[in-house]
Design a protein. Structure first.
Length: 560
């Protein structure tokens, strides 16, 4: 029995609340500054890779992507070369196909305004981003209907949908920094699951399954799992030749929907099927399952405990619908394996485990059943717990969006827990760090020292405070403070070359020449001035080459 009386909440009201929640979230994120520069939302490797098909095909009339990659990412962009030396593209063509109407609308806008109608100006980027967001909202509404198909009442469906929106990775991928495939992947799986639940194994569900695979290749694993579940649900565990024959429209429709990717691969690589990432990207024997689930480096449950609770709800689903409980659990295990065998199992730049976003419509079924089966007293506890998950998630996204935690590497336990209760203090510290870094870039060393000290005075335990204050203290002759900061830096990022180089400098200045030489030798530094200082046992190891490398290290604050 749900906590609320289902008769007091209509399905129309559920849809309206979901839509208004998305609007409120967008307004809130805009107020926090997350949505700045809306005309620059095609940026970063993934977004560019998905987008380049559109200007290449519609503006240039070909699939020679090199110029398009360079236009969007600069001359130094890595082009994933095809066998004949042309630019390849490891990103699927599906998102570009869904973005086509928005690209066409943007082209019309550019033609009637002063923007260049070249596929690269602000209207194109903004409208693609807007369209991508609207697809995610559509996915949420489709998920509402998917949950209804499992006979869940409006309160359970609303609770579950809002929890998906606010307590999971979807929080970020509905309004990300740039348009990517994850939001439309979520929507496509919701559409496919709903179609096969409603209509069975038909050509319509086949097209939607193929479209989901066209958007993200890993989604192809859902097609057989859903088809088997639908067959057992409708016709039992046995299958006849006549039944197989009746499924050919489903199979052909799925194949036709996937065909554009095959055509693109053939045109670019002269092969219809391949893994377009470089060799070594996929290793079938590499299974860091515990890391994928529990690592502080974007671990699925560590970042979003919602998944653990929703997974528990699948046991309740099994009591009412064992076939679909097994199918959903099987899909999860297949995706867990698939996401583990890739080289960057943590997802590189990723808010949590981004590659699991496609599973959200399915795990939502577990969450819905958990809510529906919870008594009134325990239901309140479930709601309180979900509010805590939402606050945890929104604090995480604040840290991620503002660069208060690494975007690719693992945050520390302090950053994961303590800093969430001190977001204002951490942000003020990061503002001082930002100014110190910019001052260093501009060779304004007076302000570099000033703001490095301000960052340290505001929050000395913060990792970026250590990065700027360590060098500032060394330059100012505060060797004790500098050594403490370099050690703190190393405790957070073991093996960091710049931190070790700084420690070697302090050891030299303290007369510990042997230790300084040992550190320098381990780093493989090739700098005559460093060797001269070590030979004379005096001077400094903070040479011009150190500061050149240090500037690159400061730039990593915003990229790693």
């Amino acid at each position: 029995m749900g906590l609320l009386n289902g008769r007091k909440l209509t399905w129309r009201a559920v849809d309206q609340i979901v839509i208004l929640s998305c609007v409120a979230l967008a307004i809130w994120y805009a107020a926090l500054g997350y949505l700045e520069k809306p005309g620059q939302r095609i940026r970063g490797g993934d977004s560019i890779g998905y987008y380049v098909y559109l200007p290449s095909l519609f503006m240039d009339g070909d699939l020679d992507l090199a110029d398009d990659f360079r236009t969007l990412a600069g001359e130094d962009v890595f082009l994933f070369p095809a066998p004949d030396g042309r630019a390849g593209n490891p990103y699927s063509v599906g998102p570009a196909i869904l973005w086509m109407p928005w690209f066409a609308l943007a082209h019309v806008v550019a033609l009637v305004t002063d923007y260049p109608a070249d596929g690269y100006s602000a209207p194109y980027y903004f409208l693609i981003y807007l369209g991508n967001t609207l697809y995610v909202v559509m996915g949420l509404l489709l998920m509402v209907r998917l949950l209804r198909s499992f006979n869940l009442e409006p309160p359970a469906v609303l609770f579950t949908t809002l929890s998906v929106l606010l307590a999971t990775q979807l929080t970020y991928y509905i309004l990300p920094k740039s348009a990517t495939s994850h939001g439309v992947s979520f929507a496509s799986i919701a559409a496919f699951a709903l179609a096969i639940r409603k209509d069975g194994i038909t050509w319509k569900s086949g097209i939607l399954g193929g479209l989901a695979a066209l958007i993200r290749w890993q989604n192809i694993l859902f097609i057989p799992a859903f088809a088997v579940a639908a067959h057992i649900r409708e016709r039992g565990p046995r299958i006849t030749a006549e039944q197989i024959k009746s499924y050919w429209p489903f199979i052909l429709a799925a194949g036709i929907a996937i065909l554009p990717q095959i055509v693109v691969w053939q045109a670019i690589y002269d092969r219809p099927f391949l893994v377009p990432q470089l060799e070594g990207y996929v290793d079938l024997t590499r299974l860091p399952i515990l890391n994928v689930l529990l690592s502080t480096r974007h671990g699925l449950i560590t970042w979003h405990p919602w998944w653990l609770v929703a997974g528990a709800g699948l046991f309740l689903l099994a009591g009412r619908n064992k076939v679909w409980a097994i199918a959903i659990s099987g899909c999860f295990l297949l995706q867990l394996y698939m996401n583990g065998i890739v080289l960057d199992w943590w997802g590189t730049w990723s808010f949590g485990q981004r590659r699991f976003v496609n599973l959200l419509p399915l795990l939502a079924v577990g969450m819905g059943h958990l809510y529906a089966k919870t008594s009134r007293d325990h239901g309140r506890n479930l709601i309180i717990g979900m509010i805590a998950f939402v606050l945890w998630n929104q604090a995480f996204i604040y840290q991620y969006q503002r660069g208060l935690i690494p975007r690719s590497n693992a945050p520390t336990s302090t950053e994961i827990i303590h800093d969430k209760f001190s977001l204002g203090e951490v942000w003020q510290t990061q503002l001082a760090v930002n100014t110190a870094v910019q001052s260093f870039r501009n060779e304004d060393f007076e302000n570099f020292l000033r703001f490095a000290n301000e960052a340290w005075n505001t929050y000395p335990e913060y990792r970026n405070s250590a990065k700027v204050h360590s060098v500032a203290s060394a330059v100012e002759g505060k060797w004790g403070e500098a050594l403490d900061d370099f050690d703190r830096w190393l405790s957070i990022e073991p093996g960091n070359k710049m931190a070790k180089w700084g420690v070697a400098d302090i050891r030299l200045k303290l007369g510990q020449v042997g230790q300084a030489r040992e550190i320098v030798s381990s780093l493989g530094i090739d700098d005559p001035q460093v060797f001269q200082a070590l030979a004379s046992e005096k001077g400094t190891l903070l040479t011009r080459s150190f500061f050149k490398a240090y500037r690159q290290e400061l730039d990593k604050i915003y990229t790693e």
